[in-house]
Each structure stands twice: as structure tokens, then as C-alpha cells.
Design a protein around this ligand. Sequence first.
Ligand code: NAD
Length: 276
Amino acid sequence: HLQDTTTLHNGVKMPWFGLGVFKVPDGDTVVQSVKAAIINGYRSIDTAAVYGNEEGVGQGIKEALDETGLSRGDLFITSKVWNDDFGYESTLAAFETSLQKLGLDYLDLYLVHWPVEGKYIDTWRALETLYKEGKIKAIGVSNFNIHHLESLLKHAEIKPMVNQVEYHPRLTQKELHEFCKEHGIQLEAWAPLMQGGLFDHPTLQEIATNHQKSVAQVILRWDLQNGVITIPKSTKEKRMIENASIFDFELSENEMKQIDALNENHRVGPDPDNFD
Ligand code: NAD
């Protein structure tokens, strides 16, 4: 079911599926996208300070709640602290700015956007403070490799609940996923559709035809069956509905293996070990 959740290690429930809004312009486009998603059953929205669209996301949430009669508690809203704001005090301030732009009084999930060397530990301490104050229901990281997590875990009082990383059939992150599982850290996929670069793949097309589904649906279903949260981006209502229609079919073990085998450790985004 579209609103199914996974339980994070602190007991908070997070939807398996949501909408990403990277590169969706602030203003009407993001307002209408967020609104359309929620009206069509989405409950989770993934934004970030650096996307520059938190105000529009907030407006979309407000309009969707008015229109659907849902309440804030029915939604799961994620944002991220950007690299320029890293450090203890500046992260606390950046969080307040995000909250204000979103027009919310708490976040469901707040992430350290990138593992900026020498800075992410202090940033993490700020997230721990905000979490303890009840201003964030769950805290996590993004783009952390195993060595970043190991170093964070040495200093952290609270273990991250989520690690959001680039993840798609060409970048299956097997070791990182195993490490996260061992530590109770939920993996979340960004660029699950490889930003549009996988739709012509013959293996994926064949599997899609077998199930009378689209390639997008096959990839997103593969995420779920691998136990990975997924947040595909679209601004088009038709595609949002398509992307969410993945709870009525199942990939076979063999099909899962075929898709896993497409891995080439290929990134479309920056490498977390070398992104400056
Ligand atoms: P994505 O893999 O979700 O691909 C989005 C692209 O695919 C868009 O161009 C869209 O038009 C197209 N698309 C979507 N559904 C389609 C369909 N059914 N048929 C055909 N085309 C379709 O890429 P993304 O937006 O980079 O990633 C998803 C989300 O992950 C982002 O919006 C953002 O919220 C998050 N993200 C996080 C980070 C990070 O550093 N933490 C980085 C990038 C993205």
C-alpha cells in the first residue's frame, strides 16, 4: 500500500515511498507538485534547504491539508542542512530557517546533506540537540559512505536513523546497505530512476513488459523489495500516479537478481569521497 511505513530504530514510522523535489522551482510548480502528490495519496515529501523551494513545499502542504482534511501528523516531511551551514550553532540556525520557510513547527526527518570532512560531527551534535528538544522526530545523514558512518558512530550519542544515498540499478551500494542493516540505519534511495537514464535498458524493459508495468515502476518496486525507501521526483501528476502504482505486483527472485546484476558502481551525482 502506498502509505505503508517502515519503523526506524527509534520507533518512528516512515513511509516507504515519497516525492522528491530536487530542482523543482519554488513557487507555483512546487506548490502544485506537492499538492498533487498528497491528493494522490503520497504522505512523504523530501526537500532540502539547498533546493531553494521550502517555501513552496510548505505552501503546497498547507493547501493539500486544507483540501484533503488530512492533518500535519499524517505527513512525513524531510529537509536537509546544507554544507555552508555546517557547525553546531549554524546548523541550529539553519534548522529554524527551514522550519520557518516550510511553515511547520516540527520536521519528521532532518538530514546532514553531505559528509563534509571535519564538520559533520558538530553538525550531527546540533541534530541530536534538536531531536532531544522534540523539534525533529528522526535524524539522519545523506551521502555517507561506510567510513563516514564509522567515524560518526564513534562520536554520536544517537545513531542516525536514515542514510539517504544515490541508489539505482547501476549503483546498488551492496556493502553500504549491509553496513546500514547491521547498524539499524534505514537506507533511502535518491535518484532512484537514475534521473531518467534507465528507461531504455533492455533488461528492465523486458521485466516491465512481463508485468505490464513501466520501467519506472519496475525500478521503484525493486527498491521496495530490497528494503530501500524511495522518493522519485516528478512534477507531472500522471507520472506521480504511475510511480506510486507499485504495490500491486511483485518481482520474482530471479528478476530481482537480474536487476541487481546491472550494478556498475556508476554515479550520476557527486562521489561523497570527493565532492568539493
Ligand atoms: P529521479 O531518479 O527521481 O529522476 C527524476 C527524473 O525522472 C525527472 O526528470 C522526472 O521527470 C523523470 N521521471 C520521473 N518519473 C518518471 C516516469 N514515471 N516516467 C518517465 N520519467 C519519469 O532523480 P532525482 O530527482 O535526482 O532524485 C529523487 C529525489 O531524491 C530528489 O528529488 C531529491 O528529493 C532527492 N535527492 C537527494 C540528493 C541528496 O544528496 N541527498 C541528491 C539528489 C536527489
